[in-house]
Design a protein around this ligand. Structure first.
Ligand code: FES
Length: 238
């Protein structure tokens, strides 16, 4: 091992990772899946043009990537935690799974389940996480909170359905931090939070260049690319 790498144990498996890596990505690279929605790394094996993403900072809003680390009193979000030499991590304890179930079910309570017509069907992180945690998408433990917000289909290259947004913030990283355009951003707070075109305009009335990076990083079907006005199906999930 050189000084650039650290050795840790995740679910009993010896893992070597680059010093400074986030625990979430060290686990994923080692083939250990931890549910996650809002983490984004600079290098994505699935979306090559994200390799140059800069300004990537953990938002830690989805609370799905909780893990237990030996010596810590409470579960920790793996997307915010740097790997450390000798770290012992459990990703699959009953306590972790309970917390992940609750986080997922709260998200599903405000998510319209329209998978059959959604451009992200089959490439949706919510579908993947629900399958991993054995949670049925339609079986809602919490009261449904669908907001019935209007779809913005004004732009020729990009569509936005704010009802499907999981408030992960990845599209904002792409548009504001990476591209420096700022066509979309957060608005309101708490359970009224939305990602919306600047000033509440239609997307077509903003500086959006239609590049579609926001759609590529969206883990669900809240933002999609269009070709000739038709939604393009998403292909990849991380
Ligand atoms: S991926 Fe860690 S909190 Fe969302």
């Amino acid at each position: 091992m050189n000084s650039d790498t650290v050795k840790l144990t995740i679910d009993g498996k010896a893992v070597e990772a680059r010093a400074g890596d986030k625990l979430l990505f060290a686990a994923l690279d080692a083939g250990i899946y931890i549910p996650h929605l809002c983490a984004l790394r600079g290098v994505s094996p699935h979306i090559p043009h994200l390799c140059a993403l800069r300004g990537v900072s953990p938002h830690a809003g989805c609370r799905l990537c909780l893990v237990e680390i030996e010596g810590r009193r409470r579960p920790i979000t793996a997307c915010t935690e740097d790997v450390a030499d000798g770290m012992v991590v459990r990703t699959d304890t009953a306590h972790v799974r309970r917390l992940q179930h609750t986080a997922l079910e709260l998200l599903l309570a405000s998510h319209p389940i329209e998978c059959k017509t959604c451009p992200a069907n089959g490439a949706c992180s919510l579908q993947r996480i629900a399958a991993f945690l054995h949670v049925k998408l339609k079986q809602k433990r919490f009261r449904s909170r669908i907001r019935d917000l209007p779809v913005d289909d004004s732009h020729p290259d990009i569509g936005i359905d704010p009802d499907k947004c999981v408030i992960c913030g990845k599209c904002i990283w792409a548009c504001v931090e990476h591209k420096g355009i700022g066509a979309i951003n957060w608005a309101f707070r708490g359970d009224r939070t939305v990602i919306t075109p600047f000033g509440g305009d239609r997307l077509v009335d903003t500086k959006c260049d239609g590049d579609g990076l926001c759609a590529d990083v969206c883990p669900v079907g809240a933002i999609w690319r269009k070709e000739n006005g038709i939604p393009v199906s998403k292909k990849s999930i991380e």
